[in-house]
Design a protein around this ligand. Sequence first.
Ligand SMILES: C[S@@+](CC[C@H](N)C(=O)[O-])C[C@H]1O[C@@H](n2cnc3c(N)ncnc32)[C@H](O)[C@@H]1O
Length: 354
Amino acid sequence: MHIKEADSQYDLKPHAWQADLQKQTLPTNGFSARTADIFNSAIAASAIAAVFDLGLFEELQQNDSIRLQEFCEKRGLHQPSIRMLLYTLACFDIVTLSAEQDFVRPGKAFAETCRDKGYFLWLVRGYGHLWQHLSDLVKNGKGNFDSVGRDGGYIAKAGRDYGAQFVDAYFTDMLYQMPFRVAADLGCGSAMRLINLARQNPELRGIGIDINDGAVKLAQDAITAANLQNRLTVVRADAGRLQARPEFAEVEVLFCFFMAHDLWPRANCLKVLQQIRSVFPRLKRFLLSDTYRADLPASRQVPIFTLGFEVTHAVMGQYIPSVAEWMDLFAEAGWSCVERRELGIPFSAIFDLR
Ligand SMILES: C[S@@+](CC[C@H](N)C(=O)[O-])C[C@H]1O[C@@H](n2cnc3c(N)ncnc32)[C@H](O)[C@@H]1O
């Protein structure tokens, strides 16, 4: 019996159990560390999303050690399932389990997983239906946006988490370069960006705009929970067919995070960018932020998020423009891009349009 050791390119060290297996005579002929890692990573991605959704990451950040029974009883969770999810995370050093598997503590990879957990929620809960039905979705010869069944509420929740880690500091730094009182967020998702700004700035009024019912509800609930309903409102509307409204007339700054690619093809996006000035007549500034096409050679070095972003959008039939294509479009639409700032999300930037 032979267990293949991982090659150095793949950087997988053989585990102690592989040596144990070699001592025993288990039927592991042809066993590949590479495919095992791919298989187990898929399970770990779901486990990370579930554990995040259930509040365990938060709890582990606050308490260095958690008693599993107590955690499960308090939340009405099935303890054997949670133990297996944690065992999965322990396989990747995200947590460590005590010998009796009754206590869990952060592992070596806990901090970086906590930082990146929003990407996993986005992948698994936001686009789970797409991954499950991938072969069916690509059968009719064209991208299929409506059948993808993405979960807007979870996409918004995930975006709130990775946005807080990888976007907000870059954004506020750029935003406060110029004074303003009224802002609008196009494709606002959970509206967390507006809520944070309104908390920091008692004069600020804002309007969130989103096409998705799940996102609109999440945004409205979050605004009510923050007691900001006097200064923040949410409108359900399609950015592609935006019409002037009295409440839009005061808007001085418009921002738009991670949805502008939805407005392509190019001719359509051009029209929207041109119309924005008449829909928001007092607009001084448009901060457009998006993930752009990476155009990377195929390799295992592709960073987190990029592959998920590009595959999901290909299946939905949505074109992802490159930076050069964006710059060309801004110029044609009559916007001058005075700065492009890269974010903590791979291949993502804020374009400061005036
Ligand atoms: C990836 S999420 C980003 C949410 C939020 N801007 C953020 O940064 O967390 C994209 C959001 O844009 C919304 N959206 C997509 N197309 C839209 C359109 N045509 N008009 C308005 N909202 C749209 C989606 O419903 C979703 O909430």
